[in-house]
Design a protein. Structure first.
Ligand SMILES: C[S@@+](CC[C@H](N)C(=O)[O-])C[C@H]1O[C@@H](n2cnc3c(N)ncnc32)[C@H](O)[C@@H]1O
Length: 471
């Protein structure tokens, strides 16, 4: 059903805009922008609101622009690309403010102007694409009389649909030769009769690819096969190797599981190096460039250039001194810890993934950094008194949890420990605000610094500086 002439009032969470039906029902509209007047199609009825997509723009709002990407209407990856970047930043800042005030009950906290990303496009160092022999058809294709020749695709999932893949001709999120590699793989497979995965029927040779790149244009290519890759699959990898000399590392996996996650798979190194090296400039004029080993399973911030900006902001807000003991919770491969170790007396990084901790230790060795300790384990269990007695109580604590935020037990430990300064980095301001609400009895918010790591999307990184009230 279509509702005509909806006035879009404001930007909401997750790149969705908000308007109202003539009966006063709240409409959450994908693909719209504040100020637009649009016809919208209802796709789901909920108790309190209706979920809609933009069908037709009657009058564009002041922030609307033509999206660069031809796939933007179906691909949900870049859900703000139809508005100017300045407007995206405005919406993101507003979301930080709304969440911290509504959920975190922040009062009179200073929210600093959001730090924009230097590159609006081609900023990602990692992209993943899925094969499908049953691709998503556009409305034009469905309505057309023309016979659909091929349903094979290599691209992204349609938002919210695990079994529907949009074929992607060009994506603007990663530097070249990202598109060239993906199109080469697809065309090689089509020309040589290699089968694409059918997510429902569970058959087909080719399942997913992952492309990782460094700032120095070195590449890693990871291919997941669903069926046995012997012969035909390995010939494809050989062709990729020959055609793209910038790919210095090729892995593959034989994945017959129900999901695409590579984390519990045995990856086989087919060609080249086991990991890439990403470089990050020094924190001080006297310091040196840091090198980080990034393997196929490693977590590394996906926007390398802006990760440096983020870490510099953390450092600036934490005001770390040479006598400080610093804890870096959820350290990943230790990037923040190693960055801070150039100034602090000692940094202790904690993380649950063994491979990430191994990489963090290797990164410390490779960079000749001797004042770090890396500990593996679940934060709820390993971040305890025994650890504090062994390594010293933190003068500064940096925490960068996953999207779910910190477990209440971890928050309680932070409160018990009465750490003078906490710098809370988050990729989800709703859970960050929830944790803030638990801490605000004992901590006051000194500053709030949003950083945009992901232009064109609704994602936002936010840094909170918390100080112990009795200090
Ligand atoms: C947002 S990432 C942190 C990245 C890192 N600070 C950086 O900048 O590269 C969150 C990390 O928390 C880890 N993690 C998730 N749950 C955890 C838990 N319960 N205990 C310890 N680490 C956990 C994840 O493996 C991931 O590396």
């Amino acid at each position: 059903m279509i509702i005509k002439n909806v006035v879009i009032k404001r930007a909401g969470a997750k790149g969705i805009s908000i308007g109202h039906s003539p009966e006063g029902k709240t409409l959450l509209v994908r693909g719209a922008a504040p100020g637009d007047v649009a016809d919208v199609r209802i796709i789901k009825k909920r108790k309190k609101h209706l979920e809609c997509i933009t069908e037709n723009i009657i009058q564009p709002g002041p922030d609307r622009r033509d999206p660069l990407c031809k796939h933007s209407e179906i691909c949900g990856g870049c859900n703000w690309q139809h508005v100017y970047y300045s407007a995206q930043l405005k919406f993101k800042s507003q979301e930080v403010k709304d969440n911290l005030e509504r959920i975190g009950k922040l009062e009179n906290g200073e929210i600093l102007p959001i730090i924009s990303a230097p590159n609006e496009y081609r900023y990602r160092n990692k992209l993943e694409f899925s094969f499908s022999s049953n691709r998503w058809l556009t409305l034009e294709e469905v309505n057309s009389e023309k016979k659909i020749e091929s349903r094979n695709a290599l691209g992204y999932h349609v938002p919210g649909m695990w079994d529907k893949i949009i074929d992607i001709d060009e994506c603007h999120l990663q530097q070249e030769p990202s598109n060239s590699i993906r199109l080469f793989v697809k065309n090689y497979a089509l020309n040589n009769g290699l089968t694409f995965f059918h997510p429902r029927d569970k058959k087909g040779l080719l399942r997913t690819i992952m492309l990782r790149s460094t700032s120095e244009n070195k590449w890693m290519f990871v291919l997941q096969f669903f069926e046995d890759p012997e012969n035909e699959g390995l010939k494809l990898l050989e062709a990729v190797k020959l055609n793209f000399p910038q790919i210095v590392s090729i892995y593959y996996a034989h994945n017959t599981k129900g999901n695409d996650s590579i984390y519990d798979l045995d990856l086989i190194l087919f060609h080249g190096k086991s990991s890439l090296i990403e470089k990050m400039p020094s924190v001080t004029s006297k310091g040196r460039t840091l090198s980080f080993k990034v393997g196929p399973k490693s977590f590394y911030q996906t926007n390398s250039a802006q990760a440096y900006v983020l870490y510099c902001e953390v450092l600036k807000m934490a005001k770390i001194k040479s006598k400080d003991v610093v804890y870096d919770l959820y350290t990943g491969t230790g990037t923040i810890a190693l960055f801070m170790a150039q100034i602090a007396k000692k940094v202790i990084g904690i993380e649950s993934v063994q491979e990430a901790i191994d990489a963090a230790k290797q990164n410390a060795l490779d960079n000749n950094i001797v004042n770090t300790e890396f500990i593996v384990g679940d934060m709820r269990e390993v971040f305890d008194e025994e650890l504090w007695n062994k390594h010293g109580k933190p003068d500064v604590l940096i925490t960068d949890p996953p999207r779910d935020g910190m477990h209440p037990k971890v928050v309680q430990k932070l409160l018990d420990l009465k750490i003078p300064k906490i710098v809370y980095v988050s990729c989800n301001t709703a859970t960050q605000a929830r944790d803030l609400d638990l801490m605000r009895g004992e901590y006051q918010v000194e500053s709030v610094q949003p950083v945009d790591m992901f232009p064109q999307t609704h994602h936002i990184e936010n840094i909170l500086l918390l100080k112990l009230k009795s200090n």
